[in-house]
Design a protein around this ligand. Structure first.
Ligand SMILES: Nc1nc2c(c(=O)[nH]1)N[C@H]1C(S)=C(S)[C@@H](COP(=O)(O)O)O[C@H]1N2
Ligand SMILES: [Mo]
Length: 337
């Protein structure tokens, strides 16, 4: 379960084609920052080749909605001076239990996920509920690059350049009513596409569910991501649409979302239901509050290895305290973990 970390899975051999993705991505950014707009078309067609595969081995075309948005991406909308985790680690060391509990299972097995066509049901306490296709959902919005730290509750972390839009922009369009105090998110259930949902002995009751308070959901750091490293989101990272809440433990950042519901009461979330003593609703990154079975004071930044463990102190709210600590004024964070 979330508790498992296997050292052997940490270090991947990196054949040349894995490294290339990263280089292309960085080159493209260099072009963009230099303002060489004319080069863009040629470069982006390279980056967008083979959108969903982690290994970059086969050419295929990014979905039309992504290509249409590629030229208008606002790069480095939020950035950090920390080194990016290589694409190869971010796309091959995953938690996505719908495909299995080993870190390598999602990259290996998520190719059966079908992110097109995709639609999202938005319902509950909103003036404009409805089921909306992914293209229509994204149509009015430009993609932004957000380079965020991702801190898993298992005490490893990465730095990932996401492409997405503020969740607030979507929520405003559906006009939450006065009763909208919480937001509930739900992942696809389809045992045909998600092999671990076929098992009768699984621990998790599908769908995977997550939730936020409405002010957390409306916070400008909270995004819905559709891409990373300048390309469309790999399936194993939650294609085609996943949440990213950078100041919370990774399990809040729910993948492959099919439903967003505005609610008056806090939703029952997956990990909280499974082990309420270990995983709270808030799940704000907090080095001062240990998990019952391990400390949260430090983290292993990927890539890491036995000889270069790359261990560093964990920061309150994962380093985003200036932006978000005020959301929790007056709350005892040891109680509301
Ligand atoms: N639907 C779903 N979403 C999920 C998970 C999952 O198992 N199922 N795992 C979570 C956990 S524990 C983490 S750390 C992040 C990992 O995201 P990444 O694989 O893109 O790094 O996804 C989160 N979102
Ligand atoms: Mo996690």
């Amino acid at each position: 379960m979330l508790l498992k970390t296997s050292l052997s899975a940490l270090r991947w051999s990196a054949p040349e084609h894995h490294v290339t993705d990263e280089k292309i991505y960085l080159n493209r950014r260099a072009f963009l920052q230099a303002g060489i707009g004319a080069s863009l078309v040629g470069v982006s067609s390279v980056v967008l080749a083979n959108p969903y595969r982690a290994d970059g081995a086969q050419a295929s075309v990014a979905p039309a909605w992504f290509q249409q948005k590629a030229d208008a991406i606002q790069w480095r909308a939020v950035a950090t001076d920390e080194a990016l985790t290589p694409f190869n680690d971010a796309a091959r060391y995953n938690n996505f239990y719908e495909f299995g509990t080993d870190k390598g299972d999602p990259a290996r097995l998520a190719q059966s996920l079908q992110p097109e066509p995709w639609s999202v049901l938005i319902d509950g306490a909103v003036a404009k509920p409805g089921k909306v296709g992914l293209e229509d959902l994204l149509a009015p919005h430009a993609l932004q690059e957000r380079i965020y730290r991702l801190r898993c509750v298992e005490a490893w972390s990465m730095v990932i350049p996401w492409l997405g839009i503020p969740l607030a922009d979507i929520l405003k369009r559906v006009e939450p009513t006065a009763k909208a105090k919480y937001v509930r998110f739900e992942t696809l259930v389809d045992p045909e596409q998600m092999p671990a949902q076929r098992s009768a002995f699984g621990l998790i009751k599908w769908p995977y569910v997550e939730g936020l308070r409405i002010d957390e959901a409306m916070h400008p750091l909270t995004i819905l991501a559709v891409g990373m490293y300048g390309r469309v989101l790999p399936k194993q990272n939650g294609a085609p649409l996943r949440l990213v809440v950078p100041w919370k433990y990774g399990f809040k950042s729910i993948k492959s979302i099919v439903r967003i519901s505005l609610l008056e009461k806090p939703p029952r979330t997956t990990w909280q239901s499974l082990a309420p003593d270990e995983y709270g609703f808030y799940a704000n990154v907090n080095p001062a509050v240990s998990h019952p079975r391990w400390s949260q004071a430090s983290e292993r930044r990927l890539p890491s290895s036995l000889f270069n463990p790359n261990r560093m102190d964990t920061q309150p709210f994962n380093g985003y305290a200036d932006e978000v600590a005020s959301l929790y004024g007056g709350m005892d964070l040891a109680v509301h973990y």
